[in-house]
Design a protein around this ligand. Sequence first.
Ligand SMILES: CC(C)(COP(=O)(O)OP(=O)(O)OC[C@H]1O[C@@H](n2cnc3c(N)ncnc32)[C@H](O)[C@@H]1OP(=O)(O)O)[C@@H](O)C(=O)NCCC(=O)NCCS
Length: 182
Amino acid sequence: MNFTPFPEIKTERLLLRQLQSSDCEVILFLRTDKDVTKFIERPEHRKTKTLFEAIELIQEFDSYIERNSSIIWGITLKNEPSIIGTICLWNFTQNDKVAEVGYDLDPRYQDKGLMSEALKAIVVFGFRKLKLEKLEAFTHVENLPSTQLLGRQGFIHNVSRKDLDNTSNIIFELGNPHITSQ
Ligand SMILES: CC(C)(COP(=O)(O)OP(=O)(O)OC[C@H]1O[C@@H](n2cnc3c(N)ncnc32)[C@H](O)[C@@H]1OP(=O)(O)O)[C@@H](O)C(=O)NCCC(=O)NCCS
């Protein structure tokens, strides 16, 4: 697995690109806005409260990308420089066969199918380029937009799995159709 050079991804309406320090204001917004964070629980030390901390966070993301341990894309509308959200693959298992997907979108751009478009592209990237066997998503049981988004992309709620770290979460999974597990 190698995230250098950074794998930019284009879809019909979007460009998924590497975050830059200049994205700090939107990153701070996405991590503090009460609607965006309504169902996202972060421990105190993972909270971003200032622009400086947002820049530090982007630098931290860069270091993970350099080490190929996780990857986050800034989501932009094609031909518009500002990011409107993010999508990431992280929590890779040691054998790099399973990863978790995470995402957030500025509410002004929700309900337009944009995250569906981004997630579809990341699923293709994860399965075709990274040859993942499975993608997972942990989401709050009441986070309807998120569970619907996952359902639209074919993710299935695995009722037999529990998130012991957060019992409000449910776990969705999507297997790579090109790899048959034994
Ligand atoms: C989860 C989240 C990204 C979903 O965003 P979203 O905009 O609802 O997702 P989609 O891109 O799939 O858009 C779907 C909606 O757009 C509508 N839509 C309009 N045009 C569409 C198109 N071309 N294609 C698909 N859907 C379209 C759909 O009908 C749907 O609306 P509905 O739910 O009223 O039926 C968003 O709610 C969010 O950022 N939440 C806060 C962060 C968060 O909770 N993240 C999850 C952490 S686990």
